[in-house]
Design a protein around this ligand. Structure first.
Ligand code: SF4
Length: 379
């Protein structure tokens, strides 16, 4: 049996945050949600064959806001997966939620069903910034959810933060970090804000209602973030992720190590062997395919060994420990193209990449410019 990571997408949110371009929808009726959850259970059923050769090592129920839907639905998904697949003895099973919908009862229900990790969106503890982002919770909601989660028995908890926000000063960000660190959450993810076109935030910035974030300040914030959390015994193990010993996210490591994962739900992506496939992105097509007895797949790509090698290089470099190029070449029984090796040399001379023993890794300067490094390497 091979290990598998499974992702389940719950595409509903109570209200749309201004910066969000994820596949998530607000104002969906109870009937729409019910229908989607029924389809999701059927979709899982269509993968019964895989249950003979794969065992679930990690499961991530993400969104959207999975905590928005009734916990019965989430438990149904867990049960259906349990009918089709075995789980490893100690799986990591995470659910994402927002403080305003993560009630005590829901979390207790998740815990009883075997969910053992909670990922909560805080983003900032500053009420004004939360409002700028269109978030509908406050830091006190986060504290309440955290306290409840711990009382129920969850100890593997992640808090999501954001920086580089419009109107956010370095001091405000430092305050948020210090406040969060005191809560002793074992895992913190911190992402720089990306202003995506067609979002409410981009429109507000265009219209001058909200100031444009300062890029230099964002660099300072990232620098402070790394140094501060490392000084508090968090390991900086991926560009945007920090964990106390034993609390790295196993599910996300599957992506960065380019191992196999299967995604269920609207727009979910999967990577199985050389095959990359993704589901229909609109409710109608997703529903239609499921009702016709088909898997709701909308696109398939077969990657060559060379492509998989490049993909693994790009993903693996996100991990601060770096990657062993020789091992990677052996894994795909192919060699890296000369043009890529030249690029790597160029980035080394610019101080963006470095060798650490047999591993190639990003330098602290490289973390910040990682997107351009990856773009150039992939070509
Ligand atoms: S809660 Fe998350 S998924 Fe939902 S709108 Fe906000 S950012 Fe997007």
């Amino acid at each position: 049996m091979k290990n598998l990571s499974v992702y389940v997408h719950i595409p509903f949110c109570k209200s749309k945050c201004y910066y969000c371009d994820f596949r998530s929808f607000q104002n969906c009726s109870t009937d729409d949600i019910k229908e989607y959850m029924k389809d999701l259970l059927k979709e899982i059923e269509y993968y019964r064959d895989l249950g003979k050769s794969y065992v679930i090592d990690t499961l991530f129920i993400g969104g959207g806001t999975p905590s928005m839907v009734s916990s019965e639905f989430i438990v149904n998904v867990m049960e259906r997966l349990g009918e089709i697949f075995y789980f490893v003895q100690f799986p990591e099973i995470s659910i994402e939620g927002n403080p305003d919908t993560l009630t005590y009862d829901k979390m207790a229900h998740y815990y009883a069903a075997g969910i053992n990790r909670i990922s909560m969106g805080l983003q900032s503890n500053n009420q004004k910034l939360l409002k700028t982002l269109g978030r509908i919770h406050g830091s006190e909601d986060f504290l309440e959810s955290l306290e409840n989660a711990r009382e129920i028995g969850f100890n593997n908890i992640n808090g999501d933060l954001m920086f580089g926000l419009p109107g956010q000063s370095l001091k405000t960000f430092q305050n948020t970090l210090k406040w969060t660190e005191k809560l002793e959450i074992p895992h913190i993810s911190a992402y720089g804000l990306i202003i995506n076109e067609e979002t409410e935030l981009a429109r507000k910035i265009d219209q001058g209602i909200i100031p444009e974030p300062d890029e230099d300040l964002e660099v300072d914030m990232y620098d402070y973030l790394r140094k501060f959390l490392q000084s508090k015994k968090y390991q900086h193990y991926e560009i945007s992720n920090f964990a106390r010993p034993g609390f790295q996210c196993r599910h996300n490591r599957t992506y960065w190590e380019n191992r196999e994962y299967l995604g269920f739900g609207l727009g979910a992506h999967s990577s199985m062997g050389e095959k990359r496939f993704s589901n229909a992105e609109d409710f109608r097509s997703y529903h239609h395919k499921i009702q016709s007895g088909e898997k709701p797949i909308a696109g398939v790509e077969i990657l060559s060994d060379k492509d998989r090698l490049k993909e693994s290089l790009m993903l693996g470099l996100r991990l601060t420990e770096g990657i062993d190029l020789k091992l990677l070449e052996n894994r795909y029984e192919t060699r890296l193209e000369d043009s890529i090796l030249d690029k790597i040399q160029e980035f080394k001379s610019q101080g963006l990449l470095e060798n650490h023993q047999s591993l190639l890794r990003l330098t602290p300067k490289g973390f910040y410019l990682s997107n351009s490094v990856f773009r150039e390497i992939i070509g």
